[in-house]
Design a protein around this ligand. Structure first.
Ligand SMILES: C[S@@+](CC[C@H](N)C(=O)[O-])C[C@H]1O[C@@H](n2cnc3c(N)ncnc32)[C@H](O)[C@@H]1O
Length: 275
């Protein structure tokens, strides 16, 4: 199934306007591969038919949303990039345990969490390395634009291939159970994470003050103005002592001078503190 240039432009515009995802010319093959299964599911013989159907609807509807969902890149794995998680284990969480001792509460945001490996990696790290947090109120709010990834994340269901990527075997044994060929995150771990739909380029619902924000490997898809706007809005979501972690290819540099880099070993985080 292939796309004509003006059909590709229509899809690129849909992704840019509704998710800030930038698809330049040259990405035709990627778009075709991602949309062909959806067209087939809808009983359509070609991508042209899918685009005509989208164009014939005056307002953004369910089919548009499914196209945008299909265009998201959901690549993720457990303990991705390793160093940010080591930074949490060695520096950030021990500091937070001191700073939040009076309230015994830690709230974390995993933005653009995809299929959930990132927030579940955090829960395993907290359980494994910080037994003192057992009687604290620890909550991870995990959000993504894509309903498809959120469904899998909420189920906590992973294939053998997915658990083979980054998850240490002892953690697999401790925190997952195998049913009907899949690995499921155990309930007590799942209870620490609340998955919610959230499109980063739309208004955000009232977000609690977070001690820690992970927003990794999503801003790479956005243009400079969108990155600036997200970083500006993030400021109001982070508590003064908090830290923001971005993906290894992402930075606040030249985007927002209010965010200051802090080094935790090889990992860089960003803070709003003036110190
Ligand atoms: C490459 S994954 C990153 C997952 C995880 N943070 C990591 O680093 O492994 C990017 C995620 O961003 C989500 N995404 C893309 N555009 C978005 C938007 N406008 N708002 C919220 N999430 C978005 C996609 O659905 C996808 O799951």
């Amino acid at each position: 199934m292939s796309l004509k240039p003006e059909e590709f432009d229509y899809v690129a515009d849909l992704a840019r306007t509704n998710a800030a995802i930038m698809l330049e010319r040259g990405k035709e093959y990627l778009v075709e591969t991602r949309l062909a299964p959806l067209a087939r599911q809808e009983g359509m013989a070609s991508l042209g038919e899918l685009i005509s159907r989208l164009r014939s609807q005056k307002t953004y509807g369910d089919l548009h949303a499914r196209v945008v969902d299909a265009l998201t890149t959901n690549e993720t794995f457990f303990f991705r990039d390793f160093h940010p998680f080591e930074a949490l284990r060695k520096f950030v969480i021990p500091q937070l345990i001191q700073q939040r001792a009076a309230v015994k509460r830690i709230t974390i945001w995993s933005g653009a969490c995809s299929t959930g490996q990132e927030p579940y990696s955090m829960t395993m790290l907290l359980r494994d390395s910080f037994p003192v947090l057992r009687d604290w109120n620890v909550k991870i709010v995990a959000t993504d634009l894509s309903p498809t990834v959120l469904t899998q994340a909420r189920e906590g269901r992973y294939s053998q291939l997915e658990v083979n990527r980054g998850l240490p075997a002892p953690m697999l044994i401790r925190y997952f159970e195998k049913r009907e060929g899949h690995w499921y995150v155990k309930e007590d771990l799942k209870a620490m994470v609340e998955f919610r739909p959230l499109n980063l380029i739309q208004p955000w619902p009232l977000m609690p003050g977070f001690d820690l924000i992970f927003l990794r490997n999503v801003m790479i898809y956005f243009d400079v103005e969108t990155k600036r706007s997200i970083l500006r809005r993030m400021r109001a979501c982070l508590l003064p002592h908090g830290h923001l972690f971005l993906g290894t290819a992402e930075t606040t540099l030249n985007l927002d001078p209010d965010w200051k880099p802090v080094q935790f070993g090889p990992a860089t985080a960003y803070t709003l503190s003036k110190a």
